[in-house]
Design a protein around this ligand. Structure first.
Ligand SMILES: [Zn+2]
Length: 886
């Protein structure tokens, strides 16, 4: 699954509570016995034959399923997962022609999401067929089977899709809905003629029925987990191409197929790459990617085997609006979901404890593949940002280990967080770098080959990698995956003698909110150099290490930035690095900026260290370096909320630093422009708009006004940042104009984006109007939650209070899997101490103990923000005063 790309910035702050202790990976022999389960392990399903008849107009479906199963211990009842299903018949037999026994009683437990079928006589161990007839509901948010309504060519349309991860197959099929219970699936559906039905497998036959409908039968799937099943139905169109013997398809609403060409081309390139990398060919005969209008607060795309689901904004490129970053997103999403076809679908974690095996790996593979197949995007530089997203979450007391004990559906939903995805990705990057990419790939290949169609725990992967690498990688992997937190490597002042530099390293722990915490212990692979010199490797073990580096000069630790740790330099060592900042590789400039920012905000070094580095960046530094500086200055601007004088000084500095960079690259792309420059232009226009650059605001307004008569005034590459500036500085008349544009827009994708802009106004009265609009049906069933999220970025207290005041209405506009994180996320960017009490009250009243992890993390983030504002900002003030004197 790809996390929701829209709310990523907010959800990055969220995650599970540290209350759950790290679980030691199970020993292989005892693996099956240690897998957590909610269901009694008396029976094991082997095959589901499912027959579905959706009634889209009435938001319901009727169905029957025949489940082939093995009873392992004699029992007179069977318990399956089921949610919001109504049963009309339940029968069991020992097979065709054998006696059929009707269930004597059916117990439905909505809280446990189970149905128990009781039988008069005990069922002896052996093979059985359980047949269930039932009905269920079609929701409006993305879980279970759901509908998405949209307009196409002026006509109202409704399409159906399913979303089953993590635990929602039970809303459509009564099933052993846990990843460990793999089975084959044969799906058939009775559908209106003229609509396209899509599932994991290709259509095997279509039969016209007497009433004009069609019965579509899909081929039987291989053995797989329930959460990977998919069904879609609507007025779709499909394009396809054959690559390595596999039919790759993209499926869109009618009229949008032309916008999916880049995604189709990307999936061809990625399939070739993965067939080679994994050493096991993609095992199904087709792989579709289904684009759907709308959005979810939980996810952006889902790796259903053979039928990936992606919201339109993550796959389609509309020539009117598509930017360089949209192109990158479309490629990344394809690379991520396709990596899951192996890591997740073919080989599946035994239980949600090891969810990171799916998500950390797919995230790492997505980055690796993007960098490899699109070297012109220079994607490897993004590794620092990914690591930052993880570390800033991981340094709060509410963090958790990558491998964690999951006991409930609620906890599983919360596990889709920055630790699972971004720390998982960063730790894999470090370990791959430690063992070497060849050995890593050999290990991955034998892991996939050995466990195909099966289930695993993390140690199954480490065993294969260690065998290939002949290096003790498991011990390091355990340190970073079974315990939470971020190592801190302190670097002594350098001593140079006879052309060699010696440094002492000490391992501590980087914590943002536990000042006197006794550090945990890690074995940390470290790479260091004198700037420009040869690199030297060591593993800091037992808390200390000494390194001797060739050459003299500034010492750089974590050279290349593959390590998952923070580096804190002694003062003179940091000053030396500041002096050589301009000559360092961009990846290390990014790493140094990130460390100095975070350590400064945490009070472990002067907060001015980051400002010293930022002032050394040359105007022609890498675009990604300037993006990082612009984002940090934008973050400081937000921190100075309510302090007009200090904010004015910061804004002056930000404009003085950033305006020359924008002037250098201009508003119009040069013909031979490098791709990352386009991203930088977006960032600079946005940030300069935030810090009140009159020239940028005037130019944005000029282009926006001219756009009414001259479409060239706002080319796709500039449309989003310019509209962003217009929306945030909007007055009532402009806001009304944007709303009229949203109402008139025909494209479902652009329409949602325009509605989001209405939530971006700095003006409080307009923010309030956006909130009220979100309560109506005007923007569409899945767009309202996103509008409120946008309001919360600038007005967290207003958005949270409003959402709580209308909680029941708003809960219906959020998918169930993200409810426990949606509300805390709205308040999570507040700096008002009162918000802490409000969040606690919300959690106490509305969330079970299992579902409070995101709330606790939101509170920790607010407490930290308050501390940063009172303790660190004065240092930034002082630095600005000193550097703007005269
Ligand atoms: Zn994923």
């Amino acid at each position: 699954m790809q996390r929701s790309l829209i709310s990523l910035a907010v959800t990055a702050l969220m995650g599970l509570s540290a209350a759950a202790p790290a679980l030691a990976a199970a020993a292989p022999a005892a693996k099956a016995a240690q897998v957590t389960t909610q269901l009694p392990r008396t029976a094991v399903p082997t095959h589901y034959a499912v027959s579905l008849t959706p009634d889209a107009a009435n938001s319901s479906f009727s169905a029957s399923v025949t489940i082939a199963l093995e009873i392992k211990q004699a029992t007179n009842r069977l318990t399956l997962n089921a949610s919001e299903l109504k049963f009309s018949a339940a029968n069991i037999s020992a097979g065709p022609g054998k006696a059929v026994h009707a269930a004597s009683k059916i117990d439905v437990n909505e809280e446990q999401q189970t149905a128990t079928f009781h039988f008069a006589e005990a069922l002896k161990p052996g093979s059985y067929q359980l047949k269930l007839d039932y009905t269920g509901v079609i929701g409006t948010q993305a879980s279970g089977m759901f509908s998405l309504d949209y307009e196409n060519g002026g006509a109202k349309k409704r399409a159906l899709y399913t979303q089953f991860e993590n635990s929602d197959a039970r809303r459509v099929i009564p099933s052993w809905d846990e990843p460990f219970y793999k089975a084959t699936f044969a799906l058939e559906a009775t559908v209106p003629a003229g609509q396209m039905a899509v599932s994991n497998m290709p259509v095997a036959s279509t039969t016209k029925l007497a009433d004009g409908r069609e019965l579509v039968r899909f081929a039987t799937s291989p053995k797989m987990s329930t959460y990977l099943l998919f069904f879609g139905l609507g007025e779709f169109e499909r394009a396809s191409a054959v690559e390595d013997g596999v039919e790759l398809g993209v499926i869109t609403q009618k009229g949008s197929l032309g916008q999916a060409q880049f995604a189709l081309d990307s999936s061809r390139a990625v399939l070739k790459e993965y067939n080679d990398y994994f050493g096991v060919k993609y095992p199904l005969s087709k792989l579709d990617n289904v684009a759907a209008p709308g959005r979810s607060q939980f996810f952006g795309a889902m790796e259903n085997w053979g039928a990936i689901f992606t919201f339109e904004y993550g796959i389609l490129l509309d020539p009117r609006t598509a930017t360089q970053s949209d192109k990158e997103t479309a490629f990344l999403v394809a690379a991520h979901e396709m990596a899951h076809q192996w890591f997740g679908d073919l080989v599946t974690m035994a239980w949600w404890d090891d969810l990171w095996l799916n998500e950390g790996f797919a995230s790492w593979m997505e980055s690796r593949t993007t960098d490899r197949l699109h070297p012109e995007w220079n994607w490897s530089l993004r590794a620092v940002g990914t690591r930052e997203g993880a570390m800033e979450r991981d340094a709060l007391a509410t963090t958790h280990a990558i491998v964690q004990r999951i006991n409930s559906v609620e906890q599983a939903s919360q596990a889709f967080d920055a630790i699972t995805y971004s720390k998982g990705e960063s730790v894999i990057r470090m370990l791959e770098n430690y063992v070497g990419d060849e050995a890593w790939r050999t290990g991955v290949r034998s892991y996939i080959a050995k466990h195909a169609y099966g289930n695993t725990v993390s140690d199954d992967l480490w065993r294969e990698v260690e065998k290939a690498a002949h290096k003790p990688v498991t011990a390091i992997a355990h340190d970073f995956t079974l315990q939470p937190g971020v190592p801190l490597i302190r670097v002594s002042e350098a001593v140079c003698k006879n052309g060699q530099t010696t440094i002492q390293l000490t391992q501590g722990e980087y914590s943002k909110d536990q000042e006197n915490k006794k550090p945990l212990s890690w074995r940390v692979p470290v790479i260091a150099q004198t700037v420009g010199g040869a690199t030297v490797r060591t593993v800091v073990n037992g808390g200390k290490a000494s390194m001797t580096l060739p050459g003299c000069g500034a010492v750089l630790v974590n050279a290349g930035q593959s390590g998952y740790y923070r580096t804190l330099y002694a003062p003179k060592a940091f000053a030396a690095l500041t002096d050589s900042f301009a000559t360092m590789p961009a990846i290390d400039q990014l790493g140094l900026l990130a460390d100095s920012w975070s350590l400064g905000m945490a009070g472990l070094m002067p907060a001015s260290g980051f400002m010293d580095l930022a002032s050394k960046a040359p105007v022609d530094a890498a675009p990604q370096v300037w993006q990082r500086i612009a984002n940090a200055l934008g973050g400081l601007h937000a921190h100075f909320e309510g302090k007009p004088e200090q904010r004015a000084a910061l804004d002056r500095y930000a404009r003085a630093r950033l305006a020359p960079v924008l002037a250098r690259i201009g508003w119009t792309a040069a013909k031979d422009e490098a791709a990352p420059v386009a991203n930088l232009r977006e960032t600079l226009i946005t940030t300069l708009g935030e810090v009140g650059d009159d020239g940028v605001i005037a130019e944005a307004r000029r282009r926006y006004a001219a756009f009414a008569t001259d479409k060239d005034a706002l080319p796709a590459a500039l449309r989003r940042p310019v509209l962003g500036v217009i929306a945030s500085h909007a007055d009532a008349a402009t806001w009304d104009q944007l709303r009229a544009a949203a109402q008139a827009e025909q494209s479902t994708m652009i329409k949602s984006e325009l509605y989001d802009l209405l939530g971006s106004a700095n003006d409080k009265a307009l923010a309030q109007r956006a909130l009220e609009l979100a309560l109506t049906d005007e923007a569409g069933a899945t767009a309202s939650a996103s509008i409120i999220s946008h309001v919360s970025h600038g007005h967290p207290d207003l958005a949270f209070d409003f959402a709580i005041a209308h909680r029941e209405q708003i809960e219906k506009k959020v998918d169930g899997s993200s409810r426990s994180r949606y509300f805390p996320a709205l308040g999570g960017s507040s700096a008002d101490p009162a918000m802490i009490g409000k969040l606690q009250a919300y959690a106490k009243q509305h969330l079970s103990a299992d579902a409070q992890g995101d709330t606790k993390t939101a509170i920790a983030a607010i407490e930290y923000r308050i501390k940063v504002r009172s303790k660190r900002l004065p240092q930034i003030d002082a630095w600005l005063a000193q550097h703007q004197r005269g």
